[in-house]
Ligand binder design. Structure first.
Ligand SMILES: NC(=O)c1ccc[n+]([C@@H]2O[C@H](COP(=O)([O-])OP(=O)(O)OC[C@H]3O[C@@H](n4cnc5c(N)ncnc54)[C@H](O)[C@@H]3O)[C@@H](O)[C@H]2O)c1
Ligand SMILES: O=C(O)[C@H](O)COP(=O)(O)O
Length: 637
């Protein structure tokens, strides 16, 4: 009598149907498990923009949303309408909450795809209340997307889109833990920010703002507002990224000597632009003007402080269009008062809006703008389209090229990897279903065989999908996707190691084979155990674009990984295939693929049968009763 085992269903309809089904009700649901897989049938470019759907967004208060806002003082917090006026809500479409003003082309794109709720002045508690019925949230720098927001989303929020660059207002750790993808729009406002930096630089050097105010107050103070020239002066660009390098290019056009500090920027890119990359100390101690263009991170927070101001040239001038938090603002006031810093031009503040009585903003040698760097018509339209496409793409199940907390995969790499991504997840699913007891699944090794140099093989996506495949069936209730796969694996104490082996195979294929080995587990299908360590082993390859299982334990098989799978170990004898095929046929179960791998003639063989339908228990037990069958297992892919 054969030993048999049948696994519980892990192939729910919502798993396969993706996002459309997962958003078809108002009840909170975990993100679609396929929601970050490539999906060729639905791309953002296919989204139709229905101009007839165009509806205006409304802003009820000009104050941006921050957690610093005093919540009890706002009469609008409970009275606020929660839906775009006139918008009809279609429960079968995803709901996208836009919490700050977004360009109309981006809104049109979003409306062609889902229910769009523009609520621009939500208090933190209103945002938390609303978010559990939203699949996506689009913000700018004014909305604080805190851990509380992700908790309140109860698993429904799949993507946060930052319509801009800086993501310091989004709790990335919490987003990742909750499996929520964060995407940004990193390129569309670069030029606008650089132009604003240059505008502030020139306005500061020539006292434009102060002189304007003076003339408007009826004065004519020509000698008071004598400025300084920019030509020939040294400008230190701190952060040679997208904005910094555009500022450098423009400053060179003004005849400035430009140096830059950026620990991560390639020196040849700077050199090609005639910019010398220097140390932090050298930059701040030799510059006449310092322009800040780095992100706000734990390392850059208050990077300009009493100590660093002390090292600067007397009379240095500072421009900040990056983030207020990179300057210790109290120290800047002291440096301005002492004359160490002659002037500052600030677009960003540690608290936005800054307090009305802020000594810094009120300082006569400071000019200030209300975070306007990205605020040109052109940039805002560009950012809106960039973020709308990224959010729609993510909701459609595509991997984003602007993901902040998930592997970013360029489209061309992604299309080459797509079948391997599916293979990886299916191998993970197979391996975990073959395990039964033992010491629990603690250690998994993945071996990638490829003709490519190991350094050229980016396996982050594949590892994440294997992890997803392993964890999903054993983590009842918790949802796993590419974003949180590593986090959940770590939480569960699952160690996944990787090995890349170079083999003589087609260079066209990024990967020749993927092998998943699970240590210290018993198997419900003894033949799946192989190797010295007694690991459960499965191996797969992509053939003609379709994932195939090519090895189970020590047996070579060849079965396409579609539908479900029956693995049988039997004594190799004639008639077996027909006998099992007949049993399945009687139950109307269609066999889509079959292969037999044997040790030697008339010895043991493994029969791998791909079936479209799930056989009934009775059918499976009939297979188990076939005299030559020694063991079998039914696996869901
Ligand atoms: N005021 C605005 O409206 C506005 C508009 C756009 C961007 N920004 C801000 O400007 C900053 C830069 O934006 P970007 O698009 O150029 O980003 P980016 O990522 O292209 O560039 C940032 C650069 O800073 C560098 N960097 C990181 N740590 C550093 C450090 N300790 N010292 C020096 N350099 C460091 C990085 O290597 C990178 O090259 C961000 O903070 C962004 O939020 C503000
Ligand atoms: O990081 C950014 O992109 C800028 O600071 C722009 O922020 P905003 O979208 O709030 O204008």
């Amino acid at each position: 009598m054969a030993s048999s085992s049948t696994t519980n269903s892990i192939l729910s309809p919502s798993f396969l149907s993706g996002l459309a089904n997962s958003t078809s009700t108002d009840s909170p649901r975990p993100p679609s498990l396929l929601s970050f897989l490539p999906n060729s049938s639905s791309s953002s470019t296919a989204v139709s923009i229905k101009l007839s759907d165009r509806r205006s967004c409304h802003s009820r208060r000009s104050r941006p949303v921050t957690n610093a806002v005093k919540t009890t003082s706002s009469p609008s917090s409970t009275a606020a309408p929660t839906e775009t006026p006139g918008a009809s809500h279609d429960a079968s479409r995803p709901t996208i909450l836009v919490s700050e003003k977004l360009g109309s082309a981006g809104l049109d794109l979003l409306r062609g795809f889902g229910n769009v709720d523009c609520s621009y002045d939500l208090l933190p508690e209103d945002l938390c209340r609303k978010i559990s019925s939203c699949d996506a949230l689009i913000v700018r720098s004014g909305t604080k997307v805190t851990r509380e927001v992700f908790e309140a989303a109860k698993g429904r929020l799949k993507v946060v889109g930052r319509a801009g660059v800086g993501i310091d207002n989004v709790d990335l750790q919490a987003a990742t833990e909750f499996g929520c993808l964060v995407v940004n729009a990193p390129t569309a406002n670069t030029v606008a920010a650089a132009e604003h930096g240059i505008a502030l630089l020139a306005a500061m050097a020539r006292n434009v703002a102060q002189a304007d105010a003076s003339v408007k107050s009826g004065k004519w103070e020509r000698s008071k507002y004598v400025g300084v020239s920019m030509v020939g002066k040294t400008l230190a660009v701190m952060g040679f990224g997208k904005v910094g390098s555009e500022v450098a290019r423009r400053a060179k056009g003004l005849g400035m000597h430009v140096i830059s500090h950026d620990p991560y920027a390639p020196a040849d890119r700077a050199r090609a632009m005639g910019v010398e990359l220097v140390s932090f100390e050298q930059a701040i101690s030799t510059a006449d003007f310092i322009s800040l263009h780095m992100p706000l991170t734990p390392t850059t927070r208050k990077i300009l402080n009493d100590d660093t101001f002390a090292k600067m040239k007397p009379g240095v001038r500072i421009v900040n269009v990056a983030r207020g938090g990179v300057i210790d603002e109290d120290a800047l006031v002291r440096a301005l008062d002492s004359g160490k810093v002659a002037q500052a031009a600030l677009d960003v503040f540690s608290q936005e809006p800054p307090p009305k009585d802020s000594k810094l903003v009120q300082h006569e040698r400071v000019i200030a703008t209300p975070h306007l760097g990205a605020s040109t018509k052109e940039a805002q339209e560009g950012v809106a389209i960039e973020i709308a496409e990224a959010v729609v793409g993510a909701l459609n199940g595509e991997l984003s090229a602007t993901a902040v907390n998930a592997p970013m995969v360029p489209p061309e790499v992604l299309s080459a990897l797509a079948p391997f991504v599916t293979l990886a997840e299916k191998l993970g699913r197979l391996a975990v279903q073959l395990a039964s007891g033992g010491e629990g699944i603690k250690s998994v090794k993945v071996v990638y065989r490829s003709s490519r140099d190991p350094d050229d093989l980016d396996t982050r996506l594949l590892r994440a999908m294997i992890t997803k495949g392993i964890i999903e069936p054993i983590s009842d209730g918790s949802y796993v996707n590419l974003v949180n796969a590593d986090f959940i694996a770590k939480q569960k104490g699952l160690r996944i190691s990787e090995e890349r082996i170079v083999v003589d195979a087609s260079p066209e294929m990024p990967v020749h084979s993927i092998e998943v080995l699970m240590s210290n587990v018993d198997s419900k299908f003894g033949s799946a155990v192989a190797g010295e360590g007694g690991d459960v082993v499965v191996e797969g390859r992509v053939k003609y674009g379709v994932p195939h299982l090519t090895k189970v334990g020590g047996f070579e098989v060849d079965v396409s990984l579609e539908g479900n799978l029956i693995l049988c170990r039997q004594v190799d004898r004639p008639g077996m295939i027909g006998e099992v095929g007949n049993i399945l046929g009687e139950d109307n179960v269609n066999v889509n693929f079959m292969s037999v791998g044997r040790m030697a003639r008339k010895k043991q063989a493994i029969m791998a049968i791909g079936v479209d339908e799930e056989p009934q228990e009775l059918t499976l037990s009939k297979i188990g009763k076939v005299s030559a069958v020694e063991e079998f297992v039914f696996l869901k892919l």
